[in-house]
Design a protein around this ligand. Structure first.
Ligand code: FES
Length: 102
């Protein structure tokens, strides 16, 4: 009798270069995406920050202003800046791909 081996555990740490939004997403067995709180002081989660960035916010202050809040302790600013940078990089890549296609 031969038992099936267990599948390997997923990596506990993301590979270098993994986008912030991916690192902040927890996958469970059902692959349910859980929204992470980015700003503890004002209760902004990944969805709210992403919405603000999609609406044109390009600074932590603008992200907070989009939701009628203000920066309190500032500990969320680094994460928000990372999410903004990733959005800008993705936009730049899309723009250069369009230029290259023309
Ligand atoms: S965590 Fe965002 S202001 Fe404190």
């Amino acid at each position: 009798m031969c038992a099936e081996p267990f599948p390997p555990d997923p990596p506990r740490h993301p590979a270098p270069g993994t986008p912030v939004t991916t690192r902040l997403t927890i996958s469970r067995k059902s692959l349910q995406i859980i929204l992470m709180i980015i700003c503890v002081c004002r209760g902004l989660n990944t969805s709210k920050v992403t919405d603000a960035i999609a609406a044109g916010a390009r600074s932590p202050r603008a992200v907070h202003a989009h939701h009628d809040t203000t920066i309190n302790c500032g500990k969320c600013c680094e994460t928000v800046c990372g999410m903004i940078r990733e959005t800008q990089c993705a936009e730049a890549e899309r723009a250069s791909a369009l230029v290259a296609a023309e």
